[in-house]
Design a protein. Sequence first.
Length: 171
Amino acid sequence: MSTQQEVTENYANPKTCFFHVLFKASALAFYILSTLFVNNFVIIFVITVLLAALDFWVVKNVSGRILVGLRWWNEINDEGESVWKFECLDGESLARMNKKDSWLFWWTLYLTAAAWIILGIFSLIRLQADYLLVVGVCLSLSIANIIGFTKCNKGAPFSCTTSDATLFKNL
């Protein structure tokens, strides 16, 4: 494969990439714009957290599977212990994942958390503890996805079983 082909590689899943970014951007944009124009904290809290929760769900269950071939969840077993579960494509399929899709997935995952941290700092500076609560919830959802996908990615070649791989055949 030539260098020119690598540079001009397109997104393999442009619709998934669009919605992956859209949900993240909508939560951030609504929070930023609503704090400038709306003076009702309850509406800002509910809609921002709802948008962040939708982003969390889409990333965890849809775009993570399609863009990077990974999925995670956390269960509480009978003894009350937290158990992380991971699913991934097999090694060969992971190697064939589109690099642009993967790049977009990981960078937006980390940049969104960084944006929420910056917004939290602004809330601290302005001494607005209520808005810090909104940022805290949204940051928690972002960090949960970062931790889940990072753990899944680090153990991906080893944690995927045959039954897990069958879940990805429909992609």
